[in-house]
Every structure is written in C-alpha cells, then in structure tokens.
Design a protein around this ligand. Structure first.
Ligand code: HEC
Ligand code: HEC
Ligand SMILES: [Cu+2]
Length: 416
C-alpha cells in the first residue's frame, strides 16, 4: 500500500469483499459439514455413538484455520483503515460544520455552500466539527462515515471519480429533523469547480440577507414561505403579534419589532413563542452588527428589492409640491434638502434647523410643527404611510441630499 492511493473507497471495497467472501466460504463449508454429519451419522446408519477423545489433527485444524482467517480479515481491514486515515498530499481542504439540522461547507478563500462541491479526480479532505450536538457525516458512495463532535475537529477524505450528485446523510440521531439532515456531494470537473469557486463571492452578495440566514443555519428551522417548520416561518414575521409563553406558563403578547427580533435572535430568551419548543439556539456572539442589520432588513422586506422611494413620492403626491431638483415649487426642492440647514419660524422667532431623519419624520406626521420660513403652511400630514413606504421615501430623500451648503428660500425669494 502506498500513501498515494487515489481512492480509499476501493480499499474499503476490497476489504469488504474479502471479509464477505471468507464469511460466505465459511458458511458454505460449515453447512456442508453439517449436512454430511446429518447424513452420515444419523441413528439409522450409526445407532451407537463413538466416544472420541483427543484428536490432535482435528484440534490443530480448527485452531489454525480460523486464526488464519481472522488475521486475514484484520490485515485487510487494517489496510483499508490506513487508506481512510492517510490523506494524500495536495488534497483540497473543506471545512464542514454540522448543526441541527443542516450542513455547511467552507472552502479556502471563504466561499461557503450548502452542498459540497468537489472537483473530480482530486482528493478532498474534510475537516469536520459540530456546533451543537453529535452528528455523523455519512457519504455511502465514498465509503466514509465519521462523527462530527462539538468542540473537536475530525477528518475524512474522498476522491470523486465521476461527475454527479452523491447523497450525504446524518448518521447520528440528533433530534426532531434528523431525518431531514441531508445534503449532497456534487462532483464536477476541475474547471467547473474553479469557475464555481471564483464566481461564488460575487453571487453570495446578490441576496446577502438570505445567504446569511442560510449560512447561519436559520433556514434549517425556519421557512421563508410560511410553511410550518421547527420554528415560526420568517414570512411576514415583521410587525405581527405573537404570544409568548414564560417557563412558568404565563402568557404575554408582543409585537415583533426590531428590538424584539434582536432579542429573539441573540438571546438569552426568557420566553418562547406559543406552540413551539424552546430549542432555538441563542446566537449571541455569533452574529456581528453588520450581519444583524442584513438579517433584520431581510426579515422586514422579505428579501424583496427595496421599494423605489421616488415612485412612492410620486404616488403620494409629494412631487406636485416638491421638485426633484433644487427648484422651488410650493415647497422646497428635494435635491440637497436632506442634511441642509433651513430656517424655520415659530412663535419664538427664527432658528436654523438641520434637516435629518427626525425632521423629515416629523414633516410627514406633524407637518405644522416645523414651519419653513417663506413657505405657506400647507404641507399635508401622512400618518398612514406604511413603514416600508416611509423608509423608501427617507432613503430616497437621503440619497438626494447632504451637500451641506444649501440655502432654501420661499417662492418669493431667490433661488441660489
Ligand atoms: C434549531 C432550530 C432553530 C435554528 C437553527 C434557528 N431557530 Fe429561530 N426559532 C426556533 C424556534 C423553535 C423558535 C420558536 C421558539 C422560541 O421562541 O424560541 C424560534 C424563534 C425565532 C424568532 C422569533 C419568531 C417569532 O415569531 O417571534 C426569530 C426572530 C428567530 N427564531 C430567528 C432566527 C434566526 C435569525 C436564526 C439564525 C441566525 C434562527 N432563528 C435559527 C428554532 C430555530
Ligand atoms: C400640498 C403641497 C405639499 C405636498 C403634497 C407635500 N409637501 Fe412637503 N412641504 C410643503 C411645503 C409648503 C413645505 C414647507 C412648509 C413647511 O415647512 O410646512 C414642505 C416641507 C417639506 C419638508 C421640509 C421639512 C419640514 O418639516 O418642513 C419635507 C422633508 C417635505 N415637505 C417632504 C414631503 C414629502 C416626503 C411629501 C410626500 C409624502 C410631501 N412633502 C408632500 C408642501 C407639500
Ligand atoms: Cu444530525
């Protein structure tokens, strides 16, 4: 045996065949001997039993033969075991993380995936661990089955010889969705693999929120389409009312706003959603603030592209009083408004105000509160804007603003 075996699976097969063959032979011999004794020494042919004591040859044969056989099985088993444990040099390393109830794969360079991509003909070394309980990585096509243990890294390797999809199971009973803890190994040509690896970084940015939920394993327990799963579906999660149950059984109703969702994800949780088991792991320390923003955005918008703020402004009629550029219609032009200083007048006289998120929110809910100098107080209130529309509008205004040196004056005044 050399350390450069192309594929340990063949060694496993050889060993299996040997042991199977030896067992089959033994079974055949024993059955034949048994039948022979039944025939030759039954009561008709052999009414009186012989008493035989101490047959040296028979004792040698039944000691030596089985010993040889068992040693043969050991040697062949050992050689296949060695092949499984000796990873050829130059193997591609992939990090495998098991968690209830999904598999994550991470490649050099940071690309992650939910199914294991492997180039045909190249040995792949798996470095396995678990985030929660004991699982087992079982890929029968490649004759590997190895435990994944929390807090410990185990390894295994394989070489795919043909392109195709090969199933991967979890081999350790690990809870409710154990049977669904499936993934596959997708063997592709080296060229296709390289292309996939290169394209990866770009593609995972397309829907970063969704990719994150997938990478963090959330989608193993939460559905996106409203279908029932281990946890509540993420569909329309934002802003709904949920009933929470405390360990002592008392119930309370909360609205799923940002603060609540943060706590639900980062824990520690003192209450669980009614009708569900308290098995959601707490992700405190595992989710950065940037990632949290992406997740919350995704939960809020359901991954739909954000609404176009300009379209909202048009639909709500803002553009009949406000121009998109700096020109003044009935109200100040939107361009450059955000982030600029405006002069407001009130009972206490004139004062400068910086137009920021707070000011715009107020303009939409209590337009009379801040009265711009030189304009008529006719800006209507928009108390019924949906959160989504309001955020889209704010985003759009912000994108038009912040050059800092704007002067807005009323229709009677002069435009800079
Ligand atoms: C092992 C399964 C599991 C995983 C993994 C999991 N959750 Fe949960 N999650 C649950 C269960 C069960 C509940 C409901 C019980 C409770 O409140 O703890 C829940 C509740 C929640 C809630 C509150 C939902 C509501 O209706 O109030 C949010 C938000 C949430 N999970 C987000 C996440 C996010 C984000 C991730 C990934 C970072 C994640 N979960 C990973 C099982 C899971
Ligand atoms: C009927 C005309 C009219 C419509 C429609 C209108 N505005 Fe105004 N808006 C004004 C006038 C006039 C002012 C300046 C007087 C004032 O401050 O109330 C103003 C002021 C503002 C300001 C400056 C901040 C402030 O508190 O004064 C913002 C921001 C603004 N509007 C945004 C909007 C948005 C967004 C919409 C659409 C959802 C909208 N406006 C619709 C007339 C209008
Ligand atoms: Cu498992």
């Amino acid at each position: 045996m050399s350390a450069q075996l192309v594929n340990a699976a063949h060694e496993v097969d050889k060993s299996f065949l040997f042991i199977f063959g030896a067992s089959a032979l033994l079974l055949a011999l024993l059955t034949a001997a048994m039948l022979w004794f039944v025939f030759r020494y039954n009561r008709k042919r052999h009414p009186v039993a012989d008493q035989t004591e101490g047959n040296l040859w028979a004792e040698i044969v039944w000691t030596v033969l089985p010993t040889i056989l068992v040693m043969g099985m050991f040697v062949s088993g050992w050689s296949s075991y060695k092949a499984l444990r000796q990873v050829p040099a130059g193997a591609l390393e992939v990090k495998v993380t098991a968690r209830m109830w999904t598999w994550d794969f991470e490649y050099a360079g940071g690309r992650k995936s939910k199914i294991l991509y492997a180039p045909v003909g190249r040995p792949v070394k798996l470095l396995l661990s678990s985030e929660d309980v004991l699982h087992g990585f079982y890929a029968p096509a490649f004759r590997i089955k190895i435990d994944t243990v929390p807090g410990m890294t185990t390894y295994a390797w394989f070489t795919a010889e043909k392109e195709g999809d090969y199933v991967v199971f979890c081999s350790v009973y690990c809870g409710l969705q154990h049977a669904k803890m499936l993934t596959s190994i997708r063997a592709v040509s080296q060229a296709a693999f390289d292309a996939w690896l290169a394209e990866g970084a770009v593609r995972s940015e397309e829907a970063p929120g969704r990719a994150l939920l997938e990478n963090k394993g959330c989608l193993g327990c939460h559905s996106l389409d409203g279908s029932p799963a281990v946890g509540p579906s993420f569909k329309d999660l934002w802003g709904r009312k949920v009933i929470l149950v405390a360990p002592n059984g008392s119930k309370s109703t909360v609205t799923t706003d940002e603060g609540y969702l943060r706590r639900a994800i980062l824990g520690p949780k003192d209450r669980t959603v009614e009708g569900f088991d308290p098995i959601m792991p707490s992700f405190g320390g595992q989710i950065s603030e940037d990632e949290m923003t992406l997740i919350l955005d995704f939960l809020r918008t359901g991954g739909k592209p954000p609404k176009d703020g300009r379209a909202v402004a048009e639909a709500e009629g803002c553009l009949s009083c406000h121009a998109e550029d700096r020109s003044v219609l009935v109200g100040p032009g939107f361009q450059g408004l955000w982030g600029s200083k405006v002069t407001a007048e009130g009972p206490g006289g004139e004062h400068d105000v910086l137009v920021d998120r707070q000011v715009v929110l107020e303009a939409l809910s209590l337009p009379g509160k801040l009265q711009l100098k030189g304009f008529d107080p006719i800006m209507p209130a928009y108390p019924d804007l949906s959160d989504e529309d309001r955020e889209a509008l704010l985003g759009w205004l912000e994108s038009l603003g912040t050059d800092g040196h704007n002067v807005h004056s009323g229709p009677g005044g002069h435009t800079p």
